[in-house]
Design a protein around this ligand. Structure first.
Ligand SMILES: Cc1cc2nc3c(=O)[nH]c(=O)nc-3n(C[C@H](O)[C@H](O)[C@H](O)COP(=O)(O)OP(=O)(O)OC[C@H]3O[C@@H](n4cnc5c(N)ncnc54)[C@H](O)[C@@H]3O)c2cc1C
Length: 291
């Protein structure tokens, strides 16, 4: 990348398969890990001025990257991981690991992030997706956030202004970016916090294919039902297209059994969706994002 000095890290032609948990995707023209918020915004400006489209990624644990790669800049937030802890809150950078924040909160006897212990994304990605588990989600803990929008630049907003609903937020629209957030927590009983987190870990170990590359739940749950139940009942567990397989452990996960392409995963998503719609008259919507 000529004409810009990066203090973070830059890689040319980095395969997106190395930047996403599904382990698929061709090369990005450039992958950049900005050192801080200022550098992140400079990289986005650089891309705009040169007609290089930019996509922002955290851990890439909720995205399907294309086999043909990305003719632009993949901007990865994982170096934005400053965290300032207070008595009942943490102000953290978008690139902080959500699971690490949950562990540190537990260590400080702060309750509120127990649900997030096994979600393998960044704070930014989790806010964008309103990630959640066990009936809790990010909307309940995000008190404030610093966001950047193409029209308004950077500003501080309240959690309520992020328009959270089930696995959605207004951050999913129009090139918006979250750079930092304040999570509101409550002082709790350390043993109780640890017990809840251990129970959650055990539940995940039993119900999710954690040893294989995936992106978590592929489909959103339809109102009053579970996508996994419908897919299981339609007989899809264990069925494959190429290297992509509907997990035998959790029918709403598609796992990469080795050598899967984005094309395999897309084809499996389409086949499952069409079959479920034909059988049950329910049109499943994807939760994962197509890059
Ligand atoms: C094994 C496994 C288990 C999972 N379990 C759960 C679960 O229990 N609950 C759940 O909700 N999810 C779960 N997920 C999905 C995923 O981990 C979450 O959605 C997570 O919050 C995504 O974070 P990320 O940093 O990986 O985001 P990415 O996948 O990198 O990005 C997701 C989307 O957000 C955008 N984005 C990322 N960072 C920013 C930012 N700072 N500003 C603006 N846009 C941004 C990206 O462009 C993309 O559109 C699971 C995934 C796996 C692999």
């Amino acid at each position: 990348m000529e004409g810009i000095t990066i203090r973070g890290r830059v890689e040319k032609g980095m395969p997106l398969s190395k930047l996403t948990t599904w382990r698929v995707g061709g090369p990005a023209a450039f992958a950049v890990w900005p050192a801080d918020e200022e550098e992140l915004l400079s990289v986005l400006r650089y891309g705009r001025e040169r007609g290089l489209p930019a996509v922002v990624l955290g851990r890439g644990s909720n995205v399907l990257a294309p086999d043909e790669g990305w003719e632009g800049i993949a901007v990865i937030t994982t170096m934005l991981r400053r965290a300032e802890w207070g008595a009942d809150a943490v102000r953290a950078g978008a690139g902080c690991s959500l699971a690490a924040l949950a562990r540190e909160a537990a260590r400080r006897s702060l309750s509120g992030l127990e649900f997030a212990g096994g979600i393998p994304g960044t704070l930014g990605g989790a806010a964008v997706m309103n990630a959640g588990a066990y009936g809790r989600d990010m909307s309940e803990v995000i008190a404030q956030a610093r966001i950047w929008t193409p029209e308004g630049g950077s500003r501080e907003v309240s959690g309520a202004e992020l328009g959270f609903s089930y696995r959605r937020s207004t951050l999913q629209c129009g090139g918006r970016l979250l750079t930092e957030a304040t999570l509101s927590l409550t002082p709790g009983e350390p043993a109780a916090i640890r017990r809840v987190m251990a129970d959650h870990r055990e539940w995940r170990r039993k119900t999710q294919p954690l040893g294989l590359p995936s992106a978590g739940s592929v489909f959103r749950n339809p109102a009053g039902d579970h996508a996994g139940r419908l897919i299981d009942e339609a007989g899809w567990k264990g069925r494959r297209i190429g290297g992509a397989e509907v997990s035998v452990r959790n029918a709403n996960f598609i796992v990469n059994r080795g050598g899967a392409t984005a094309g395999d995963i897309r084809a499996l998503i389409t086949a499952v969706r069409e079959d479920v719609e034909r059988r049950f008259r329910v049109r499943l919507e994807t939760e994962i994002k197509f890059l």
